[in-house]
Design a protein around this ligand. Sequence first.
Ligand SMILES: [Zn+2]
Length: 228
Amino acid sequence: MKKILFAIFAHPDDESFGPSGTLLMEAQAGTEIHLILLTSGDSGTNPDNHADLSAVRLKEWQAAGELMGAHAMHYLGYKDGQMNNHSMIEIVERVTDLITPIVEIAPVDAKIEFITNDLNGITGHIDHIVAARAACQAFYQMKKDDERFQRIRLCCLSRQEAPYVNVDWLYMEAGRTLEEINETVDARQLRDEIIAIIRTHHTQRHDGEYCIRKHGEQLGINHFIVKT
Ligand SMILES: [Zn+2]
């Protein structure tokens, strides 16, 4: 049975530093993965002083998607850090317009799923919150008329990974409790592939290496709140 997964994220490294293990496992199981990216991450760190950080980060994202086994990649061209209510509403329309022709030609018994980040934005970044809320709205609007839309998974941190509220930068909530987490995917066996994906984001290597160190042996464990 055909499965199509739409992964909707704000920044080029969000899925790599987040649920890349899950996406790899999905691709290996034959799922058709579409990565939908809202911004080029042009407000990210630029340690090599690239004149056009957007272009470099989009290339990094392209390389990460290829390593993940993405079937197609769609970039929507918003400005990093400047998402708002207005852009959220527009993103819902654009995501819907993008997905509609793809699912129109899919078999009647296809399974369609979304994946995005926790509605709290994980780090609290407003772009993450906009991406998650736009994804949920698009999902539930399309699901109303199409029962092939099965579930949307919101990638979250566990309470173990983030025990406390963190206000070092943005207001970042503590991780989700075991009761709040509906699914945990174990992709630890894909550690080398996950590290390679994280390292495609060379311009964001400071965060990438932190991500690898922080997760340690647990790299590849992904937690989700699952909504149907
Ligand atoms: Zn991000």
